[in-house]
Design a protein around this ligand. Sequence first.
Ligand SMILES: NC(=O)c1ccc[n+]([C@@H]2O[C@H](COP(=O)([O-])OP(=O)(O)OC[C@H]3O[C@@H](n4cnc5c(N)ncnc54)[C@H](O)[C@@H]3O)[C@@H](O)[C@H]2O)c1
Length: 329
Amino acid sequence: MNVLVVGGAGYIGSHCVRQLIAAGHRPVVLDNLVYGHRDAVAPDLAFYDANLGAEATVGQILRDEKIEVVMHFAAFAYVGESVNDPLKFYFNNVVATLYLLHAMLDAGVKKFVFSSTCATYGVPQSMPITEALPQAPINPYGQTKLDIENALKALAHAHGLSFAAFRYFNAAGAYEDGAIGEHHDPETHLIPLAIDAATGLRPPLQVFGNDYPTPDGTCLRDYVHVDDLSRAHIAVFEKLATPGTALFYNLGTGTPTSVLGVIRAVEKITGKPVPHSFAPRRAGDPPALYADSTKAKTELKWTPKFTSIEPIVATAWKWHQAKPKGYAR
Ligand SMILES: NC(=O)c1ccc[n+]([C@@H]2O[C@H](COP(=O)([O-])OP(=O)(O)OC[C@H]3O[C@@H](n4cnc5c(N)ncnc54)[C@H](O)[C@@H]3O)[C@@H](O)[C@H]2O)c1
């Protein structure tokens, strides 16, 4: 299939591009490089440096490239920033996405795969999190994702759009050959920060809260390998053949790992201590978030290859060793 990968120069999108090629599809990348990296996409691939909200440009690309499916990874995703500057998030994550969807419907492209998030659940009342739990985001970032989920439902009903919204837990790791990996700026994700603390590239890690009601007092999260996420995106294609299909899936391993558990894994894989100190809890950090992904496993036959933290960290470490400072551009 011809697949437009919006946000394909970002962390998860660039991994999906590679998985699409491996599965025999033809990815076309659209990214305005606001956070992405040109070097994350092979130079011989079709690449458009464009804003996803530029409706006429996107429409032209959809037609010229004979796009059949759009995968949408592009969004702003810094939770704290979304609290301080919500309009920035509503314009990019909601308004621009609506223009993208309008361009798609206009061009007759009716298959869509969307990056949603476990942040749409807010602070869930029970664990693990199934798709049936109520969605009640506690920050504008999560709300923008839920707004698009709701818009997609309406478009499926009104216009026969077929879509899958994947609610990711904590994306982690790197492509197994170490050629591409995670490079956010600023970086807020635990594994790259812990690796950089271990190698001395960054100051000691701050662990926010060690008095949570968890086995070691630190927060529990569900780290899911970025290539496992990509495989689910491709596995859903078949299901999108029926017009008006509306699908929602949690993507996580279901195995919670604490912050100290991640630190121990990084120490074991790198062979170096991770200097760290404890700081007070951050507002809005739930003690535990982990997925029940039974629905994706059953309906998509999705079987995560990485089910524990150490092999995931090992891929991140391989990428780090290849490019300690990340992409050049
Ligand atoms: N990383 C995670 O753990 C995680 C967890 C849950 C959900 N998500 C969601 O997954 C998606 C991908 O996350 P990521 O970590 O790869 O982020 P990322 O920042 O690495 O990638 C996003 C890409 O989108 C591009 N982009 C942003 N706005 C754009 C616009 N208006 N036009 C064109 N391109 C634009 C950026 O340049 C970047 O390359 C996001 O939607 C995020 O909300 C990520």
